[in-house]
Design a protein around this ligand. Structure first.
Ligand SMILES: [Cu+2]
Length: 336
């Protein structure tokens, strides 16, 4: 959770927290370990780099990338875990813009939930788990069976991987057993997509993009004028939030959003109030995709997501790379 005013600055200064909704019955883990990973842009003296807040360079490129990674506010922290214990890691990416690529092979773990939704089939074969800004992943890890053994949490870096945190076993060995299955959240089914409301969302702009102009505050501006107004991106030719929503859905109606990333950059498309399921990627049907509230879209990618509009209200839909959001990648929809 985080406040939603000047989000790009507030998050870069560390104003966020993790909300945990526990299962009705406690699950059979020996340790529940929430880990919030952040990517800070610091000065040589280790202070928040303030002159670059809102920089057009960041807005029009990859967003505010940092130079210092922390886990729960510390650099390279060590966490004690029970020897041979079952540990539930709850990882969240609180970075403004950095996509963290977790190398989980050494953890010998299972991905059991994404964005707070348990997976029907926990996966073990993921060597790299991409975690875009705002995304969460739960990993069930079996700690090593010897005490005082270390296990690093690795993130892919530019030329070498870095250990962002370390787990160290301690205490008597726990009993060996399989990770418990997570109870499922009640998600409505998506059986009738034939009647779904179809919405197109073309994402344009940014450096090395082809966008020539877009509407901003009701006026069509050239790309130069947009940049002078602090804008760099558009959804369906409109930069920033508008008076009218992208779409209005009836409560319970199925919605398909066809998202087209017509830019040279990845984006973390984040839905408020709903989880969505990818049903098509680059023209190919996708079966049984996990339910997520943030979909990472690589440059040029086309993704169709579907969801039942079940929560009444006005909801934002935006890129969670916060400088992109501030520079135009934001819209909203209404469920009534
Ligand atoms: Cu973006």
């Amino acid at each position: 959770y985080h406040p939603h005013s000047r989000t790009w600055e507030q998050l870069a200064r560390g104003l966020y927290g993790m909300l945990i909704v526990e299962e009705r019955q406690p699950l059979d883990f020996d340790l529940d370990l929430p880990l919030v990973i952040d990517d800070w842009r610091l000065t040589e003296q280790g202070a928040i780099h303030e002159p670059s807040f809102g920089a057009m360079m960041d807005k029009s490129h990859a967003g505010r990338l940092g130079n210092w990674v922390t886990v729960n506010g510390a650099s390279g922290p060590m966490f004690k875990v029970p020897t041979n214990g079952l540990v539930r890691l709850r990882l969240a990416n609180a970075s403004n813009a950095r996509v963290l690529r977790l190398k989980t092979g050494n953890l010998n773990g299972q991905v059991i939930a994404l964005d707070g939704q348990p997976l029907t089939n926990p996966t073990t074969d993921d060597e790299v788990v991409a975690l875009a800004p705002s995304q969460r992943v739960d990993i069930a890890v079996r700690a090593p069976s010897d005490p005082n053994t270390k296990l690093d949490l690795m993130v892919q870096g530019g030329d070498k991987d870095i250990a962002v945190a370390t787990l160290q076993t301690s205490g008597p060995a726990m009993e060996k057993r399989d990770p418990p299955a997570l109870p499922h959240n009640p998600l409505p089914s998506l059986s009738k997509l034939s009647d779904a409301l179809q919405v197109e969302l073309r994402m344009e702009g940014g450096a090395m993009g082809t966008m020539q102009e877009a509407k901003f505050n009701g006026k069509v501006l050239t790309i130069r004028e947009l940049v002078r107004a602090g804008q760099a991106w558009a959804f369906n030719g409109v930069s920033g939030r508008t008076e009218d929503p992208l779409f209005r859905a009836r409560r319970g109606q199925a919605v398909v959003v066809n998202m087209i990333n017509d830019t040279a950059w990845p984006h973390a498309m984040h839905f408020h109030g709903h989880h969505v399921q990818v049903i098509e990627k680059n023209g190919k049907p996708v079966q049984n995709a996990p339910w997520r509230d943030t979909e990472l879209m690589e440059r040029g990618e086309k993704i169709k997501v579907a969801f039942p509009a079940e929560n009444v209200g006005k909801w934002m839909l935006h890129c969670h790379m916060l400088e992109h959001q501030a520079a135009g990648m934001a819209t909203w929809f209404e469920v009534a």
